[in-house]
Each structure stands twice: as structure tokens, then as C-alpha cells.
Design a binder for this molecule. Structure first.
Ligand SMILES: [Zn+2]
Length: 336
């Protein structure tokens, strides 16, 4: 396919720029070349962009889609659907794919993108690692787009309580609007989306003092462990530490956050409490269900996309998303 296209690339940490690159071509019969219509951007700075991209495919030996179909790309993973891991419903660990997009090959913040194993790499999204059941109690740490999405989906399973914890009052207001039974402002942990070093230092001091107090007061610690399912969405050491603090005996910590730094697993106090910790890539196996629920009006996602940008404005979109608290930003909607 001749010609060039605009793509978003990183020239360094926190330095996204638009460049001209050749339009990708088919490399295998199972590939599809996709013309992007819409996209969004990921929570953490400088990570692979992802999510919900209707597209137009250009034909190959792919059987499930044809040129001009409008479909959804499977997040950042591709799936061959035939290897051992794909058969175990773990396409994020596909032996001939997995986390490929934006990792091993150019990803979808471009006007065109090549999708390997197109048959297994569309109409996939969402996750179920929290094992939410009717009547259970849930705490969601982080009220960004991932946390709010977890809040919306969790309510499909009729939990008795869902609390949401965040530093940002505006985001907690959104959590209330999307169905949280309670919200908590926490000063114990920090988000990578907060760029102020002094703020991070301050929070680190608070976290250290909190940890020291926790060690000296076992009864208080037990009182805080009261949620059956604790969903971590911030991807920071302190937020993961908080999850370990508030999970109840027999509970589960479901990690959805993308961690860029090591975290401590406090087995000294978790081992005897039948705690389960789940962490996984986004396997994106629920997209078809979610699309049906959206189309039937069962999912209230109105207002999640707070800002809209043209693809030419991608750098501005990242700047806005990087100052989420200042702009009350949740999800950026990018149109090509
Ligand atoms: Zn596979």
C-alpha cells in the first residue's frame, strides 16, 4: 500500500510527537490493515495507547471480517486462538502474539495499523479477575477511567457495597454518579498521573508514618481488612499497599493497575488470611458481551469520555490527560 500516514511516537519519556511514517502492509495472510476511526489513550504516561477502535479492514485470508467492516480491536493484545495459552483463555500470553501492539510492533495511534491474527484480535475487551459475586463487598482503589469502569461493571454482579478511594475529589464525585455506595479521600498513596514531586514526597512521608503506625497496632489493621474484593487500578506501590491493608480474610486483591515499579507483597500478614492476589494482562475476552450490554443500555458510561480531540491534536490530548485533576479529565476520545 503506497503513501505515508501520521503516527504518534515517543521521542522520550513524556514526549509524544506526531511523525510521518509509511502506511503498513500485509505481512502474513492472517493480517489485516486497519484504517482507524476512533481511539483513546492509556492511563499511564508513556505507555502503549489502547482501546476501543472501530476499524476498516483490508482483506487477507482472514475469515471473520471483510474490507469496510467496522469492528473493535482487542486492546493491546493479539491472539492466534490456537496455541496452548489462547486455548486457556489467556490471549495476553499468546505464543505468537500477546502484548504485541505498541510493544513489538507499531500500535494503533496511527491512521493505519497492521493487526496480526486479525480473526482472534477483534471484538475483545474487559476482564473478570476480581471474582465479584452477588452481595459481596468491594473496594476500588483509584477513580480514574479504569476504576470507574470497574465500578460500572461490578454493579452487574449486585454487590452489597462498593467504595471508591482516590485523592481527587472530582473523580470521587464521578464515582458517586456511577453508583459507588461510598467514597473515601485517601492521602496514603500517590498516582503516577500526579506529576508534582513535592506532592509525591509528602505522600511518601504519610505512607511511611502510616506503615509504622500499622505495624504497631494490629487491631486497627484487622478493622481495616473488611472488603471481600479489593480492586487496584492505580498501579503504584502505595495503592497496592493500601489494598493489602483493607482486604478481608478470605478476600481477593484484583490488580488491574499497570505497575512501573516494584511493589511489596506483605506475606508476613497475608499468609494466614486466605488472601488471593490476581494480576494479569488485559485478555480482552468480554468485548462481545460488553458491546451487547452497551447496545441494550445496561451500562451507564455516559460522561466517561470527557474530552474530544482530532488525531492532529494528540499531543494536546496527552497534555490534558496528564493534568487530569486540573481538567477533570477521564477518557480522551480521539477521532481520525
Ligand atoms: Zn495464541
Amino acid at each position: 500500500m503506497p503513501g505515508t500516514m501520521k503516527v504518534l511516537v515517543y521521542e522520550g519519556v513524556g514526549k509524544p510527537v506526531l511523525q510521518e511514517r509509511p502506511i503498513p502492509e500485509l505481512q502474513k495472510p492472517t493480517d489485516a490493515i486497519v484504517k482507524m476511526l476512533h481511539a483513546s489513550i492509556l492511563d499511564l504516561w508513556n505507555r502503549a495507547p489502547y482501546h476501543q477502535r472501530p476499524f476498516q479492514s483490508v482483506g487477507t485470508s482472514v475469515k471473520s471480517i471483510k474490507p469496510n467492516d467496522k469492528v473493535l480491536i482487542a486492546n493491546i493484545v493479539t491472539s492466534c486462538r490456537t496455541c496452548d495459552n489462547c486455548k486457556k483463555n489467556m490471549p495476553s500470553h499468546c505464543l505468537d502474539g500477546g502484548w504485541v501492539l505498541g510493544h513489538k510492533i507499531d500500535e494503533t495511534q496511527a491512521e493505519y495499523v497492521r493487526i496480526p491474527h486479525a480473526d482472534g484480535s477483534v471484538h475483545l475487551c474487559g476482564d473478570k479477575c476480581g471474582r465479584v459475586t452477588p452481595g459481596c463487598t468491594i473496594a476500588i482503589v483509584g477513580a480514574g477511567p479504569v476504576g470507574l469502569s470497574a465500578l460500572i461493571i461490578a454493579q452487574l454482579y449486585s454487590p452489597s457495597t462498593v467504595i471508591v478511594i482516590d485523592l481527587d475529589q472530582n473523580r470521587l464525585k464521578n464515582a458517586k454518579r456511577y453508583g459507588a455506595t461510598n467514597t473515601v479521600v485517601s492521602g496514603k498513596f500517590s498516582f503516577l498521573s500526579s506529576p508534582w514531586t513535592l506532592c509525591l514526597m509528602f505522600m511518601s512521608i504519610i505512607a511511611f508514618r502510616t506503615q509504622r503506625r500499622r505495624r504497631s497496632n494490629r487491631s486497627n489493621r484487622q478493622q481495616r481488612r473488611r472488603y471481600r474484593t479489593v480492586i487496584e487500578t492505580a498501579g503504584t506501590p502505595n495503592s497496592f499497599d493500601l489494598c493489602q491493608d483493607i482486604v478481608t480474610t478470605g478476600g481477593i486483591i484484583a490488580n488491574l493497575g499497570v505497575h512501573g515499579h516494584k511493589v511489596d507483597l506483605h506475606m508476613d500478614r497475608l499468609w494466614g488470611n486466605n488472601i488471593t492476589v490476581s494480576a494479569k494482562m488485559v485478555d480482552a475476552t468480554s468485548a462481545a458481551t460488553l458491546i451487547r450490554l452497551l447496545n441494550s443500555g445496561k451500562l451507564n458510561v455516559k460522561g466517561i469520555a470527557t474530552h474530544q480531540f482530532k488525531f492532529d491534536e494528540m499531543v494536546k490530548a496527552y497534555e490534558t490527560f496528564g493534568k487530569a485533576a486540573e481538567f477533570n479529565a477521564l477518557k480522551m476520545m480521539i477521532s481520525f
